[in-house]
Design a protein around this ligand. Structure first.
Ligand SMILES: Nc1ncnc2c1ncn2[C@@H]1O[C@H](COP(=O)(O)OP(=O)(O)OP(=O)(O)O)[C@@H](O)[C@H]1O
Length: 341
């Protein structure tokens, strides 16, 4: 195994058309779990299909370690890349049992029946489906089918596992359960995984690294923690986690993490040049002596109220509150921390 390198990768489907992927460079470390995150149409699937070998780059190259998998002039066919792809639709054979489905890629490769059986059992136990070996896919739940698809990709011991929105068809409860399965699968297989999703919570929960894309470009790649705490630019800031973006007077210097004293001063200054500052709801304290605000919406979430607040100048903030609040309430807020985008 080795790291996967995307080097100035571009893809244009039609001559003279707009590029689906533009000059995208990133490295997925060996055994890493990368989520490709971005809105619909931003080019995530096209990146995944280029890595799998279903599309050829128009420009740039893809390398697995030292080995060039594809560039604009040549390309290693998908079956010679030792990668496995898991789709939303599972793509299981309905007429085969679970065990036969899982063992099929080995059968195609001419692996002996005894060896196949052992590998199939091992893969099924990795996704906790040993007891279902003789069932047909039609007799399984959506989550179980997805686990069969995962087991089928595990048997071939791929270097890289590619997942294209694999949980999109599942309900919320099952998604959480499957997230756990994916994490476990990643830990057990040691495979490098690349996971396409437009769901930021899913990307953050699963991956060791998240690459945020927009309009074919890579905006930022970082660990989930870093992406949340230090997003680069408005798009990443609004896509990852909850928060509100305030327009304040531009702070002097290059400092990006701003405390209450700085934020208050910048809010009141109304300078000529402005800066955008991301404020997370947990950094807003309601009922502390600070800026006057009006509650514009209050949503009871069980353990707390999620509030939208309107400041005196009309700007919006999000906050959490333990005590009940209702629309129209006048409050005072302190913003403990903000991140200059
Ligand atoms: N085979 C194709 N021929 C022409 N254009 C294509 C083709 N595949 C994708 N595109 C275009 O490339 C752009 C990126 O598509 P892609 O499917 O990679 O986006 P995505 O981020 O995966 O979106 P989604 O989340 O909706 O699947 C889109 O504008 C799409 O219309």
């Amino acid at each position: 195994m080795a790291k996967l390198i995307l080097n100035h990768l571009s893809k244009t489907f039609h001559l003279g058309g707009t590029a689906a992927v533009r000059d995208l460079s990133l490295t997925v470390r060996e055994g890493g779990f990368l989520a490709l995150l971005g809105p619909s149409g931003c080019g995530k699937t096209t990146v995944l299909r280029m890595i799998a070998g279903f599309e050829q780059p128009t420009d740039g190259s893809i390398l697995l370690g030292e080995r060039v998998l594809a560039d604009a002039s040549e390309m290693v066919p998908p079956e010679h890349r030792n990668m496995a792809m898991v789709f939303q639709s599972y793509a299981l054979w309905p007429h085969m049992s679970v065990a036969e489905n899982v063992g099929y890629p080995l059968k195609v490769r001419g692996v002996s029946s005894a060896k196949r059986q052992a590998k199939v059992l091992e893969a099924l136990s990795a996704v906790r489906l040993e007891a279902y070996a003789d069932r047909r896919p039609a007799d399984l739940s959506g989550g179980q089918r997805q686990r069969v698809a995962l087991a089928r990709c595990l048997v071939t011991e791929p270097d890289v596992v590619l997942l294209d929105e694999p949980l999109a068809n599942l309900d919320r409860h099952l998604r959480q359960e499957m997230e756990e399965t994916f994490r476990e699968f990643h830990a057990r297989s040691g495979a490098t995984m690349i996971y396409v999703t437009h769901d930021q919570a899913e990307a953050m929960a699963l991956a060791t690294d998240v690459a945020v894309m927009s309009e074919g470009r890579l905006l930022q790649m970082a660990t989930p923690e870093d992406l949340y705490a230090r997003p680069e630019g408005r798009l990443v800031g609004s896509l990852v986690g909850q928060g509100a973006i305030l327009t304040l007077a531009s702070p002097p210097g290059a400092q990006r993490q701003l405390d209450w004293a700085a934020l208050k001063a910048l809010y009141e200054e109304r300078g000529m040049t402005t800066a955008e500052v991301l404020v997370r709801p947990q950094d807003v304290e309601v009922s502390a002596d600070g800026l006057p605000a009006t509650v514009s919406s209050a949503l009871f979430e069980g353990e707390r109220y999620a509030l939208r607040l309107t400041l005196a100048d009309g700007q919006m903030l999000r906050a959490f509150s333990r005590s009940p609040a209702k629309i129209g309430d006048q409050v005072s807020v302190v913003i403990h921390s903000g991140w200059r985008l």
